[in-house]
Unconditional design. Structure first.
Length: 558
């Protein structure tokens, strides 16, 4: 009975706060007069105490605020409308690097001849496929048909495809082949088939965001990333699954599977891109990350992923989840493939005000003796299941000539910064919550978006601003690390959270396999806008092993 009374007390408190905020689903929220008991109850939720006279003085202002909420909610704000406040990842005194990007330098291809069986190409790197297309040993059309066939054949096991873009793809491929035959070759992505996470708009096709309320949604634009890949000659063959509204691997079509163990989900939220790339259903894919959505599925599926510096890739045409944390990047088979794709998609546009132009000049060679390479000491010192694989990676770095520098990341106030993502995500899907259409979402558990969106209604605006001020102090402290690149267990310490908040780039790649045959990963971080050096370091380490060359045998082909 005591617990029941406690529950009823909290329920009444939440109801009181809902009335104060004007958040009553299905009602205007302004029907109940504000009185002292409401404020007295609500102050418990925010951890503050006001005297009766102080509360009495608030009545008028709170009523005005609530009327203002109604006025705001009367304005139709689609997900594509950003807030007027832009996040800038640069600490004080740091500028976006100036200069022009240089043509990337690629390693020599491993495969120089067309294989006897076309489907053997399914797991080739972008670099090797590009060589075969450029030398006209393989056409884009036949490569595109091969991958589309594999998507149709294996998707029933993996649930990684939301929409095939077959007609668009075959038209693109035929056009590329004609251009190459006429002597016009655009570069290493020309004719390469790929898939994109289905939160990127493509004109003429649904953009479902993986969520049942939006499964029939079409957006009359094509995302900047897709347009840039079109310009590079890449061939979009599928819009791939994501956990609903970019959380997890469960979407309205089921759970996307890990190709190494189809009893497992592929993790999320870039669930489909990671699964399809690992299974050889696309040559590469485009994912997004807000808080681990490239790192986590790449780890689970054994892919190599690049999460670029915040603002280095335009998000125009992408679903907004957190305006100050969302990032778009490639999921590939190799580090060098990530460099090839990033080279095509980075840079500013006229829509995303946070996107900037920073030079990129990748080369696969790197002098470790001239670089300061850090490692997150406390994370490596901890006892965790994949420790032996990560220690082996540190030894590879030492063998390459790196002098490893122990570092630690700032943590002051970090626990409170989760409100940033929660508040921004709740705002991005404000209307979904207020109309009760969040009930259509597949996952309705405590740790899922519908509940998070509701709870975020009670985050005070003051605390959201204060969290961003603490974030600023962490950004300043990160600038003092004085390393060019650092390495961390992929989920070690607070590295994943901090670097997503500060906007630092990372490369995640496989560095071993468990006894059950599933992959594990390691993560390298770089300076803001330092993708070229970061990728070069990760590439040097990757080439010392063969983990990126292994593939799940059940998807090897016919």
């Amino acid at each position: 009975m005591r617990n029941r009374h406690k529950f009823l007390g909290f329920a009444a408190l939440a109801l009181t706060c809902a009335v104060l905020s004007g958040y009553m689903v299905g009602a205007s929220g302004t029907g109940s007069a504000i009185h002292d008991e409401m404020i007295a109850a609500a102050q418990q939720l925010i951890g503050l105490a006001f005297t009766p006279s102080e509360r009495d003085s608030m009545h008028s202002d709170l009523g005005d605020y609530r009327k203002g909420y109604d006025a705001l909610r009367a304005v139709d704000l689609p997900n594509s409308v950003p807030p007027a406040i832009d996040f800038n990842p640069r600490p004080a005194g740091v500028r976006v690097p100036e200069g022009k990007s240089l043509p990337i330098v690629m390693s020599a291809p491993i495969h120089h001849k067309r294989p006897k069986h076309l489907e053997d190409l399914a797991f080739y790197s972008v670099r090797d496929l590009a060589y075969l297309i450029r030398t006209r040993q393989v056409t884009s059309a036949e490569l595109t048909r091969m991958y589309i066939d594999r998507l149709k054949r294996f998707d029933p096991q993996l649930h990684c495809v939301i929409t095939l873009t077959e007609k668009r793809a075959l038209e693109q491929a035929r056009k590329v082949d004609k251009e190459i035959a006429a002597g016009h070759y655009r570069g290493p992505l020309d004719g390469i088939p790929y898939g994109a996470k289905d939160l990127l708009a493509v004109s003429g096709y649904p953009t479902t965001w993986g969520a049942a309320p939006y499964r029939d949604q079409t957006i009359d634009m094509t995302a900047t990333v897709i347009r840039r890949l079109d310009d590079a000659g890449a061939v979009l063959i599928a819009k791939l699954s994501l956990g609903a509204l970019a959380w997890g691997d469960v979407w309205f079509g089921g759970k996307t599977r890990n190709p190494w163990n189809t009893e497992q989900g592929s993790s999320g939220s870039s669930a489909g891109p990671a699964s399809a790339t690992a299974a050889g259903l696309v040559a590469f894919s485009i994912g997004t990350e807000t808080l681990g959505s490239i790192v986590s599925p790449s780890t689970r599926c054994g892919d190599t992923g690049l999460r670029p510096t915040y603002g280095s890739v335009s998000r125009a045409g992408a679903m907004a989840l957190s305006w100050s944390m969302d990032k778009i990047g490639p999921i590939c088979r190799t580090v060098e493939d990530c460099a090839i794709v990033f080279d095509a998609i980075h840079g500013s546009d006229d829509i995303d005000r946070t996107a900037v132009d920073a030079p990129f000049a990748y080369t696969p060679t790197v002098d470790f003796k001239r670089l300061r390479i850090g490692y997150l000491k406390s994370a490596f010192d901890a006892d965790y299941p994949t420790k032996k694989f990560d220690e082996a990676t540190l030894n590879v770095l030492r063998g390459l000539g790196a002098r490893l520098i122990p570092i630690e990341l700032p943590t002051d106030g970090l626990q409170g910064l989760s409100v940033i993502l929660s508040a921004e995500a709740a705002a991005a899907f404000d209307k979904l919550t207020r109309t009760n259409r969040d009930d259509l979402m597949v996952r309705q558990i405590r740790n899922a978006w519908p509940n998070t969106f509701r709870g975020a209604r009670f985050i005070p605006a003051v605390e959201y601003i204060e969290a961003n001020r603490v974030r600023y102090t962490i950004m300043q402290k990160m600038q003092n690390l004085d390393v060019d690149v650092w390495v961390s267990p992929s989920f070690g310490g607070n590295n994943l959270l901090i670097t997503n908040l500060t906007g630092h780039p990372c490369v995640v790649m496989p560095n071993g396999f468990r006894k059950d045959g599933t992959p594990v990963s390691i993560t390298f971080m770089g300076k803001l806008y330092g993708e070229d050096v970061l990728l070069a370091v990760a590439n040097a380490v990757q080439k010392k092993g063969d983990y990126h060359l292994r593939h799940p045998q059940q998807f090897a082909g016919k």
